[in-house]
Each structure stands twice: as structure tokens, then as C-alpha cells.
Write a protein that binds this ligand. Structure first.
Ligand code: NAP
Length: 244
């Protein structure tokens, strides 16, 4: 596993950080992408290194195509033998507001981060993965992308777009032994859901609680494993039984 890497976008905090640690436990060296929170990324790297693998904080805005291209190309040039075997497209933001009041910026920033971010990063990683004839791509979507959520037209559209891309790309590259799947969490305890009222919302969740980041990371770990080699183009929900 010495030259094998996993790249996790938005790996500095929340679900992404838990995924980084899980992949480190599986023996992968981990590239921790983040946008601005260097302290959180450094802390994630420390936790990864405690698992006995290499960690590198990698700052880029997934929405910035040129920056993504430059940073990943520079890293690959400096690490010629390294192969990114696992990509977790996890970076995402919310800008919740009713559509009638939504600004173009609120629409664009959410689509640019989740949907275009997935496109930009996957594009950079795909060719070497195809040549390696092995890979795992996991896209972090959402219950909102499956059922649509009022007040989240932008976010629901971004995640639904990612689901379509997951299904299409899964079929394109299956014969190269690369799987592409999406994970659709419901409510998970992170900074993103911090201001939500768990007390009220949990009443509609059959499990009567928000999920933990570790629970999502364990699912990521399975889909990223060799054992999940016949699963591709799927959306796996993890939501405590919330009807989708
Ligand atoms: P979070 O705690 O808010 O963390 C967001 C992460 O994404 C941070 O690491 C942040 O980096 C990074 N990020 C944001 N914009 C970025 C950009 N433009 N470029 C690079 N990195 C960027 O979020 P979370 O709750 O863990 O959510 C992770 C993913 O799961 C998201 O895609 C979200 O939509 C999805 N999801 C979450 C829930 C939930 O209940 N939490 C439910 C369904 C789906 P910095 O640290 O540098 O800011």
C-alpha cells in the first residue's frame, strides 16, 4: 500500500474527516483536501498519521477548475509512483432559501461546489485510475437529491446531478474495474447541521436520532474496499430509516 492514496475532498471536517480516518485504517495514505480551514486539515492529518500512514493537507477550492488542475497535477508530478486509488467527492455546502428569494450567487455556489467540484476533481484523477485498471469513486450526495427538499432547490439540484453522473460514469468505466457509487445521508451530526433543531427533527426519523459521521465513514469504507467490487452506479441511503 506504500504508494496507494485516497483523496477526500472536504476531508478537514465532519463526514470527510471521518472518511479520511477510515481509509487510513484500511492502509491508504490520505490526501486531505480543504478550502480554507487549515487548522482543521492539519488536525485531520495528525489523526491519519496516528494510523501509521502518510497524510497531506491539500488546499484547493473544488469549484475552481484551474486550481484543482494545477494542484493535483503538481502533486502527481512530484509523486510519480503514487496512485490515487480512492476518490471521495465529499466537499459540499448548503445555502438554504426559498427559490423565489434565491440569489444567483446562492444557486451558483452550491452547484459549483458539489456538482462542478465532483466534475473537476474526478476529471483529474480518472485517467491514471483507468490506466491502473482499478479504482473506487464515491460521491457524497444527500436525501435531498433523491426526494427534493423545499428550501433547498439549489442543493437538491446539485445532489441529484451528482446522482445522474454517478450512474452514467459507473457504466462508462465498469470494465476497467472502477466502481462509482453515491452515498445519500439523511441528517448527520456535523457543523453543517449544527444549527438544526435535532429535538424536533428526530421525531420524523424512525431511528429517532441524527446519524454519526463514523456511521457514514464505515459505509464509505465498505464501498471503497475490494469486497464491494460488484457494486457500481448505486445510491446507498444512510438515514435512520427516513422514507425516501
Ligand atoms: P461540513 O462539516 O460543513 O464540512 C464541509 C467540508 O467541505 C469541510 O472540510 C470544508 O473545508 C469542505 N469544503 C467546503 N467547500 C469546499 C470547497 N469549495 N472546496 C474544498 N472543500 C470545501 O460538512 P458535512 O456535514 O461533513 O458534509 C459533507 C458532505 O456530506 C457534503 O457534501 C454534504 O452536502 C453531505 N451531506 C451532509 C449531511 C449532513 O447531515 N451533515 C447530509 C447529507 C449530505 P474547510 O474545512 O476548509 O471549510
Amino acid at each position: 500500500m506504500e504508494n496507494k492514496y485516497a483523496l477526500v475532498t472536504g476531508g478537514s471536517r465532519g463526514i470527510g474527516r471521518a472518511c479520511c480516518i477510515k481509509l487510513a485504517e484500511m492502509g491508504y495514505n490520505v490526501l486531505v483536501n480543504y478550502k480554507g480551514n487549515k487548522a482543521a486539515a492539519d488536525e485531520a492529518c495528525k489523526l491519519i498519521e496516528e494510523k501509521g500512514v502518510k497524510a497531506e493537507a491539500m488546499q484547493f477550492d473544488v469549484a475552481d477548475k484551474a486550481e484543482v488542475e494545477r494542484i493535483i497535477t503538481e502533486w502527481q508530478d512530484a509523486n510519480k509512483d503514487a496512485i490515487i486509488e480512492v476518490l471521495i467527492n465529499n466537499a459540499g455546502i448548503r445555502q438554504d432559501i426559498l427559490m423565489m428569494s434565491m440569489t444567483d450567487e446562492q444557486w451558483d455556489s452550491v452547484l459549483d461546489t458539489s456538482l462542478n467540484g465532483m466534475y473537476h476533481v474526478t476529471k483529474q484523477v480518472l485517467k491514471p485510475m483507468l490506466m491502473n485498471r482499478y479504482g473506487r469513486i464515491i460521491n457524497m450526495v444527500s436525501l435531498s437529491g433523491l426526494k427534493g427538499q423545499p428550501g433547498q432547490v439549489n442543493y437538491s439540484a446539485a445532489k441529484a446531478g451528482m446522482i445522474g453522473a454517478t450512474k452514467a460514469l459507473g457504466q462508462e468505466i465498469a470494465k476497467r474495474n472502477i466502481t462509482v457509487n453515491a452515498i445519500a445521508p439523511g441528517f448527520i451530526k456535523t457543523d453543517m447541521t449544527e444549527e438544526l433543531n435535532e429535538g424536533d427533527l428526530k421525531k420524523m426519523i424512525p431511528m429517532q436520532r441524527f446519524g454519526e459521521v463514523q456511521e457514514v465513514a464505515d459505509l464509505v469504507g465498505f464501498l471503497a474496499s475490494k469486497q464491494a467490487g460488484y457494486i457500481t452506479g448505486q445510491v446507498v441511503s444512510i438515514n435512520g430509516g427516513l422514507y425516501t
